[in-house]
Design a protein around this ligand. Structure first.
Ligand code: ZN
Length: 138
């Protein structure tokens, strides 16, 4: 999938079923596009001075917010954390959250959502070296 540059994420919007008629621009969910089966991932863009206008939490999924550019804040259960490029924040399902842009440029983040406590193995426990070598075209 090639959804375009982060700066062009405005072309996508979140149509929340519980917020009809109030689309949130700059949000693209990837699960259905990529047939993801164990996680939901979204790409987000927040223009300068803008904020997610509501708090939300989850039933069973934890979320990882990875900020890739810009400056802003994320609020979790009333605690406000400054974020910038590289900031990675894990939020338990029940945490009430929202984020905003406090900078002068766009703020971009990647949000990964997966069932809390569902990971049974990772990285070197799950990865298996292959006998073949990469075969790149010349
Ligand atoms: Zn969420």
């Amino acid at each position: 999938m090639h959804p375009g540059k982060f700066e062009d994420l405005d072309q996508y919007e979140l149509e929340h079923p519980r917020r009809p008629g109030k689309p949130l621009p700059g949000k693209l969910f990837l699960k259905d596009h990529l047939d993801l089966s164990g996680m939901q991932v979204s790409l987000g863009k927040m223009p300068a001075g803008k904020a997610v206008p509501f708090l939300h939490k989850h039933k069973t999924n934890e979320e990882l917010y990875i900020f890739v550019r810009g400056k802003g804040q994320i609020q979790i259960d009333g605690e406000v954390i400054d974020v910038e490029e590289g900031t990675s924040v894990r939020i338990a399902p029940n945490g009430e959250r929202a984020w905003r842009n406090t900078g002068t440029e766009d703020l971009y983040c990647i949000v990964i959502q997966a069932k809390e406590n569902s990971l049974t193995q990772d990285t070197f426990d799950d990865g298996i070296p292959c006998d073949n070598q990469p075969n790149w075209p010349a």
